[in-house]
Design a protein around this ligand. Structure first.
Ligand code: ADP
Ligand code: GLC
Length: 480
């Protein structure tokens, strides 16, 4: 039985800042379903230690990476029952709130130590030192937080396990001062431009890219984009060099969680009976204090409010959107200026614009169910999960043609509309006029109820379950 160890900093529902947590929670169980033995390794953040079931101590070590005592536990995740190793290092991980950022909004100053320990622990599980009963064949590390996994593994040439590194977002490169290497136990030989040095510093992301056996990212289009200077964040040359080992495998959706019969929405519905969706819309309008008599559709956002997500474009397009009689509902947190801009717009148009600043899992389901369309005007988008959730809820995505958005939404061109293939609206330029134009077309289609419902039904029938993607990952592991 092929044994895979996934290594990540967050996992739904215990600690989540974005799509990474959803993927780490749902890919390993999809592999287990295919007959693989998949486990995860997680840092002992409060949410993780408190949420795991049946934790049993495996071994205690220390001091290491600035932590006096580190205890490794094994337990099961709630829901999936997946086996997980947890690193309990109170000095490094017993901190409430965002896993990467302190209460002052700044990255924790010891992030290099906190995530080096995660990578180091993975290498030592691979060597059989932490759990003598289980050694992985492949260690699969996710995003910059785990970039040192393959580095520590190559320190021991006798290790047999192969490594896969997945880029979820290249924009976060995990950059630290070069002299950190003393604390990280990294040899000088690796601190070169061909190694983990990046512009006079250390990049954990680059470490993952250079030292892993295979690299994946979360959509085929993004796998192409990141080889270019425009999307490569300065790492495009490294990615071009490793081109033969880089592939894009689209993320999947856990339809047990994201389905329009989930327990928190007003009324369940399906592609055959959309009546419940109207009930969900009225409930959302009530909850947000929006008018129930708008002529246009209710457009929603569930997102980090950042420039990556094109939220400044949306703010600029708001007057055009309102002219169409459309409503806007925002659920998100992020950039202070964008939060303030949307709050101001809501105060000025209380019946048409509603803003919920905060992170709220239950509300995110109600937004998906109650909205007519979901806006994802991203400047770049490695995969994007919210448009996939929206499709399943018959909520029509309006997206920019980048990354995973380009791979998953079928544009309402005249041809696609005629042949009943359309699932959404796609625009090209990252400009307000380009976004406004597609919003206007979406509003026009919405006024034709029969045509709109046809698109809704088509969207709801799309299948982005993990089955195909998990098969692709399995093939990659077997190739190693
Ligand atoms: P990213 O990981 O870049 O933020 P994704 O689309 O991959 O983007 O994933 C975002 C995830 O975070 C989705 O599960 C989405 O529902 C969730 N999410 C984003 N903002 C919020 C919020 N304010 N409240 C609840 N869930 C949110
Ligand atoms: C990142 C990306 C997002 C992707 C998610 C899960 O946060 O920004 O596009 O869906 O990871 O892979």
């Amino acid at each position: 039985m092929l044994r895979i160890l996934h290594v990540a900093a967050e996992i739904y529902p215990l600690v989540k800042t974005g799509g990474l947590a959803d993927v780490v929670a749902s890919l390993p169980p999809a592999l287990v379903k295919r007959g693989l033995d998949a486990r995860v390794l997680l840092p002992g953040l409060p949410g993780i230690l408190n949420g795991m079931l049946g934790l049993k101590p495996l071994v205690r070590i220390g001091p290491v990476f600035g932590a006096a005592i580190v205890t490794f536990y094994i337990g099961r995740l709630p829901g999936s029952g997946l086996q997980a190793y947890v690193i309990d290092a109170p000095f490094l991980y017993q901190r409430e709130g965002n896993p990467y950022v302190g209460p002052d909004g700044q990255d924790w100053s010891d992030n290099h130590l906190r995530f080096a320990l995660l990578g180091w622990a993975a290498a030592h599980i691979a060597s059989g030192e932490l759990d003598p009963d289980w050694q992985p064949d492949v260690v699969h590390a996710h995003d910059w937080h785990t970039g040192l996994v393959p580095v520590y593994m190559t320190q021991n040439p006798c290790l047999k396990a192969a490594t896969v590194f997945t880029i979820h977002n290249l924009a976060f490169r995990g950059i630290f001062p070069l002299d950190c290497h003393f604390e990280l136990g990294l040899p000088m030989s690796k601190l070169t431009p061909n190694g983990i040095e990046f512009r006079g510093k250390i990049s954990f992301m680059k470490a993952g890219l250079v030292y892993s056996n295979k690299i994946t990212t979360v959509s085929p289009t993004y796998a192409g984009e990141i080889r270019t200077p425009e999307f490569g964040c300065g790492l495009d040359e490294v990615l071009r060099d490793r081109g033969c080992d880089l592939t894009g495998i689209l993320n999947g959706v856990d339809y047990e969680i994201w389905n329009p019969d989930d327990p928190v929405i007003g009324k369940p519905y399906s592609a055959d009976n959309l009546h419940g969706k109207e009930v969900c819309k009225l409930a959302l309008q009530s909850e947000l204090g929006l008018s129930k008599h708008a002529e246009g559709p209710l457009l929603a956002v569930v997102s980090r409010l950042t420039s990556q997500k094109g939220m400044d474009l949306l703010l600029a397009a708001l007057p055009d959107l309102l002219r169409e009689g459309a409503q806007l509902a925002i659920l998100g947190t992020g950039d202070g200026n964008l939060e303030a801009g949307f709050r101001y717009a809501a105060a000025a148009n209380p019946e048409m614009v509603a803003v919920h600043i905060g992170y709220d899992e239950v509300m995110s389901h109600r937004f998906m169910a109650g909205a007519d369309a979901l806006l994802v005007p991203s400047r770049f988008e490695p995969c994007g999960l919210t448009q996939l959730y929206a499709l399943r809820y018959g909520t029509i995505p309006i997206v920019r043609r980048v990354g995973g958005l380009a791979d998953t939404v079928i544009d309402a061109t005249p041809d696609n509309l005629r042949s009943d293939r359309t699932t959404g609206f796609v625009f090209d330029e990252a400009t307000c006029p380009a976004l406004s134009a597609r919003i206007r077309e979406a509003c026009a289609l919405y006024r034709n109820a029969t045509a709109w419902q046809k698109v809704q039904r088509r969207a709801m029938l799309m299948d982005f379950s993990w089955d195909d993607s998990a098969a692709n990952y399995e093939a990659l592991y077997r190739s190693l």
